[in-house]
Design a protein around this ligand. Structure first.
Ligand code: NAG
Ligand code: ZN
Length: 233
């Protein structure tokens, strides 16, 4: 692709096998993953998903993740844009990792304060599980968060100046708005499903995001259909 993307993000579930129940298979998948991506000539950003540390993460699964893939949450600047990568499992079920979850929360509060103070051109959060799929008022389903935590977090993000959230987990494309903050859900490059959630779908692909001074533009491409040349107008 020309120009080359600044980086590639996998929005969580780097591997399929769960660490607690399928550790041997997971080790093999990790080898394959690193083998495949070692050929990449741009940075790869790994976001931590439920398959990576378990639906109920433990100190062990998080420690293993960190030794295999690095930090499970972090932030960075790129081209005047500030990125915050959270570990959304702490909001899903932190019953076995209360201390780590509290550290994550303190860190996130500091990140949002930083965004408020620095007012970057764009501030973008990357996370695995989306707060919602299509509408901030939608009911709870297996793929989003309970309304109480969802509302608190969306307001926190918004008040800090976040206007873009990119997520995975849903195995379908989705997205919507909270005020003028856009949440984008991107389908998987592996198994996807139709809207009924059960019928397989073959639209394996990825999203190309263009970061312009005053907005972000993004399109989903099925494998093999993305343009090899990206224009700026
Ligand atoms: C969190 O995980 C624990 C242990 O698996 C489980 O007992 C509990 O019901 C879960 N909590 C929620 C809110 O799902
Ligand atoms: Zn997931």
């Amino acid at each position: 692709m020309t120009p080359k993307p600044k980086f590639l993000v996998i929005c969580g579930d780097l591997l399929e096998a769960f660490p607690e129940t399928e550790p041997k298979l997971r080790e093999k998948q990790e080898k394959d993953f690193k083998n495949v991506f070692s050929a990449l000539d741009i940075p790869l950003l790994c976001v931590c998903g439920n398959h990576d540390i378990g639906n109920t993460p433990t100190e062990d699964t998080i420690a293993t993740y960190r030794s295999s893939f690095g930090d499970d949450y972090f932030s960075f600047w790129c081209g005047g844009v500030y990125f915050i990568v959270i570990n959304s499992q702490f909001y899903e079920n932190d019953s076995k990792v209360k201390q780590l979850s509290a550290e994550h929360e303190t860190w996130l509060e500091q990140q949002l304060e930083y965004v408020k103070r620095e007012q970057p051109k764009h501030s973008i959060v990357l996370q695995h599980i989306p707060w919602f799929q299509n509408n901030p008022d939608e009911p709870k389903n297996p793929w989003n968060f309970e309304k109480d935590i969802r509302t608190v977090m969306l307001k926190k993000y918004y008040d800090a100046g976040i206007r873009h959230i990119y997520c995975g987990h849903y195995h379908r494309n989705g997205g919507g708005f909270y005020k003028d903050m856009e949440l984008v859900v991107t389908a998987a490059v592996e198994v996807n499903v139709q809207n009924d959630g059960t019928t397989p779908s073959n639209d394996h692909g990825y999203r190309v995001v263009k970061v312009l001074d005053n907005k972000l533009e993004h399109s989903y491409y099925e494998l093999g259909t993305a343009p090899s040349s990206i224009s700026w107008n």
